[in-house]
Write a protein that binds this ligand. Structure first.
Ligand code: PEP
Ligand code: MG
Length: 747
């Protein structure tokens, strides 16, 4: 018999090629039937509380979708209820056996069924049957159990999708389509479904018409593309121009051109070389764990389609509208944004893309609601239909019924009123009812992030993630280039403070030009550990920060992942050296305040030893939670365990806050907690008065601060700090948010 893991792997590989749910489940039952040499393999999926026959090889096809049983009924229901397999030589003799005429099942006696369990719940049941009266062997049993576990591990999301969602819909039909929240906001407008670009995979590989000729075609197309980008980048819209710059960098990458030349040398056409080289580059980005870099693979696809259009002299689609529209398509790109007046884009929704793709980044920056990862292949039927786009929940509703539309119109009105209500907060201080002042800073990384903070009254940058400019490059950026980038950030905020964190790569953040392969990357060569080993890279970065700060004086430097005194002494020595080198070179630089992230739990007890070498501490609640609870912050399997409301995490943060106060050290929080209203109540109760968060959450948190008393937060902290679990803690915090009217106003 075949190895179940190998069969499972083959299924997963082929699953990537199938287009819909129906083909996926068919593929699964076909492969398992062949691997086990059985007469029947069937898959039942839990839908609305019933196990529904979703695919079968062997039973009558007509039974698909019709055979349904609740847990507890029939053999399949019994397996689901007990969450335990059944291996029966004579299925008919089991007291729970239920006969369904539609299946033609009476011919099969040997029965083996295993439950498919996902996060403790039954997702479905996998069944194999044979004609003869026999009990399945232990080996077969083990195969099916292993197969089931592997299927759940890799395909749970696809399997859960109900078969109903796959049915193509017609132009006027009401349709709910799910996706991922790309950018917040709700809108109702007419849909404009954009033409899909050619898929790289669909370009056929053809012989060329001579190396020199094909080379010149490639060159012309790239030049035209770069020219086109340059004119699109010539815009007042900072985010758009910054992102177009990234596109230009990707298009000019020497690796890409070397790969194209390599393929052209094999006498293929320019389009073929483009396809082969782009697919290679895309595979490199796709293989990286980091979601930000993975998203760059999408950018390459967009660029490839653009170059291909130039190669083939194809005209771009004209989007002709004078009323606001929701742009919908397989992939909505920066190019689409450039083809229409941005004021007319009410929303965007695309099949491709992730929450970190450029579509989302741009939509966020422009304040346009967006959905990515849309689970609907038949988009064309939506063209010109009225749609509701809910960017908070990632839901698109085509041809909504009047009642739903009215409900959403109500939501939009409330949102507008709220925003209007919150807009005036921009110039008001974040001060509690009992007149205690809080500093509200924003977190940034891309140049494109600068503006949203300023527009919302951010009082500075509490965390500039300097690794992001390093990640969108093909080499380590030079000192000059870094100076240019940092200067833009520092001068946009001056004289408000900007806390620049030194390079924090490793863990989930990889550089495309410097792959780090480790068994346990979160516990490995990350942050300060990496940069102390590459002293030259660290020195360049600090020199660039100091040079960028000349004449501004608002720079503060922060060190990530620190856990030891010697690390602090060594980075301090690098900063001193950078200062003295630059002074020697005639630059009027000053040594900025230096701080550390409190994100490795060891820091809690190290603060007295570090005190004399630092000016401030910023609590990185994301990593602090990850390391305290031993829960990977990016692993969906344990995502339910990743919570900063765990009593141990709150206790750790409380200890850091108290220790900083005792040592007279400034302390802030810059992890996601700082933007969570429930957490903010606790942090304020602990005496923390500086928070750095996503710019979009700033008005909300400011409203909260202005509507509470710090005395109250202090009492609330006493109420929750000894509770035994996050559930009870969050319940109390939610109650408090209800009492001050926050919930009613904002949810
Ligand atoms: C943190 O760990 O809380 C933090 C702010 O840093 P990052 O999310 O960049 O690791
Ligand atoms: Mg961190």
């Amino acid at each position: 018999m075949l190895n179940p893991l190998l069969v499972a792997k083959k299924i997963f590989l082929d699953a990537a090629l199938v287009k819909d749910h129906k083909s996926l489940v068919k593929l699964i039952v076909q492969r398992i039937r062949t691997a086990l040499s059985v007469d029947v393999c069937s898959l039942y999926i839990m839908q609305e509380g019933e196990l529904v026959l979703t695919a079968t090889e062997g039973l009558a096809e007509e039974a698909i979708g019709k055979i349904r049983m609740p847990p507890g009924q029939g053999l399949v229901g019994t397996i689901a209820e007990r969450q335990h397999l059944l291996n029966l030589p004579y299925a008919e003799k089991h007291p729970r056996f239920k006969y369904f005429e539609e299946t033609g099942e009476e011919r099969y006696q040997g029965f083996l069924g295993v439950p498919l369990i996902h996060h403790g719940d039954v997702l479905g049941v996998l069944v194999v049957q044979v004609k003869e009266t026999r009990r399945f062997s232990e080996e077969e049993e083990a195969f099916l159990v292993t197969m089931g576990a592997n299927l759940v591990a890799s395909q749970a999301a696809s399997l859960k999708r109900s078969t109903r969602e796959e049915r193509p819909f017609t132009a006027h039909e009401v349709r709910h389509v799910r996706g991922l929240a790309g950018a917040p906001g709700v809108t109702i407008a007419k849909a404009w479904v954009v033409r899909s670009d050619i898929r790289l995979e669909d370009i056929s590989v053809q012989p060329g018409s001579g190396l020199e000729f094909e080379k010149s075609r490639i060159k012309d197309s790239f030049d035209n593309c770069l020219e086109e980008l340059a004119s699109e980048g010539n815009t007042q819209e900072e985010t758009l121009s910054a992102l177009i710059e990234v596109y230009r960098l990707l298009l000019s990458s020497p690796e890409l051109h070397a790969a194209i030349d390599k393929h052209l040398a094999t006498d293929v056409s320019a389009s073929s070389a483009l396809k082969l080289a782009m697919l290679e580059q895309i595979a490199i980005f796709d293989a990286v764990e980091d979601p930000y870099l993975k998203a760059r693979a999408d950018d390459l696809r967009v660029l490839a389609a653009r170059v291909y259009r130039h190669l083939q002299n194809l005209e771009p689609e004209v989007i002709n509208t004078d009323e606001p529209i929701v742009l919908i398509g397989e992939n909505i790109t920066i190019e689409h944004f450039g083809r229409i007046n941005p004021a007319l884009i009410a929303g965007v929704a695309s099949n491709q893309g992730s929450t970190l793709s450029h579509t989302s980044v741009l939509a966020n920056a422009l304040g346009i609601p967006a959905i990515v990862g849309l689970q609907e292949s038949n988009l064309s039927a939506m063209h010109h239909a009225q749609v509701i786009l809910d960017g908070h929940r990632g839901i698109l509703i085509a041809n909504p019924p009047e009642a739903v539309k009215e409900e959403y119109q109500q939501v939009i009105k409330q949102n507008q009123a709220r925003q209007a209500n919150l807009a005036h907060l921009k110039s008001l201080p974040a001060e509690s009812i009992d007149q205690q002042r809080v500093n509200l800073y924003s977190n940034t990384g891309l140049l494109a992030d600068i503006r949203p903070g300023l527009e919302r009254g951010s009082e500075g940058i509490g965390l500039y993630r300097s690794e992001i400019p390093f990640m969108v490059h093909n080499t380590f950026p030079t000192e000059e280039e870094q100076v240019r980038i940092y200067r833009k950030v520092l001068s946009a905020y001056a004289p408000k403070p900007v806390v620049m964190r030194t390079l924090d790569i490793g863990g989930d953040k990889a550089l495309p030009y410097f792959p780090i392969q480790e068994e346990n990357p979160y516990l490995g060569w990350r942050g300060i550990r990496f940069t102390l080993d590459y002293r030259n890279i660290q020195l360049d970065q600090i020199r660039a920060m100091l040079l960028a700060d000349i004449g501004l004086g608002n720079l503060q430097i922060m060190v990530p992942m620190l856990s030891r005194e010697d690390e602090l002494l060594r980075i301090g020595a690098i900063i001193d050296e950078a200062v003295s080198q630059l002074k020697e070179e005639g630059h009027a630089v000053v040594r900025p305040p230096i701080g550390i992230m409190a994100e490795v739990p060891a820091v809690i007890w190290m603060l007295p030893h570090l005190r004399d070498h630092i000016d401030f501490v910023s609590i990185g609640s994301n990593d602090l939670t990850q390391y305290l609870l031993a829960v990977d912050r990016n692993n969906p399997r344990v995502a339910h365990l990743f919570t900063p409301f765990h009593p141990a995490v709150l206790r750790a943060i409380y200890d850091i806050a108290r220790e900083c106060r005792r040592l007279n050290l400034a302390v802030s929080v810059c992890g996601e907690m700082a933007g969570d209203p429930k957490a903010v109540l606790v942090l304020l109760g602990m005496g923390i008065r500086t928070l750095s968060l996503s710019a979009y959450k700033l008005p909300l948190i400011k409203w909260l601060i202005r509507n509470i008393e710090m005395r109250d937060c202090r009492l609330l902290l006493d109420d929750i700090i000894d509770l035994p679990n996050e559930k009870e803690i969050q319940k109390k915090l939610e109650q408090r948010l209800d009492e001050i009217g926050f919930t009613e106003k904002f949810t």
